[in-house]
Design a protein. Sequence first.
Length: 95
Amino acid sequence: MNAGTKGGAVKSIRLTFNISENDIKTKALAAEKFLKKGDKVKVDLPLRGRQKGLISVGEQKIEKFLEILGSKIEYKTENELKKEPYGLSMIIIKK
């Protein structure tokens, strides 16, 4: 690493449009492990076809994920939730 750069790789957590409550908890546990190691976590929720018209449902899934994660570890967002060509994406880091 170069002097002045912060450590930590970017780990990716991919949620799905029809993800269940239990699976969200499992993904939150994985994200918690990554954050504790000092890695950044990119949260992706790809949208396909008609799902692109239901962005609010996808946002609710990510909010639920962040709510569960927030009860386990403090985090802050590096990149806010934004719509990309393939779906929704954001990056979070440990506080």
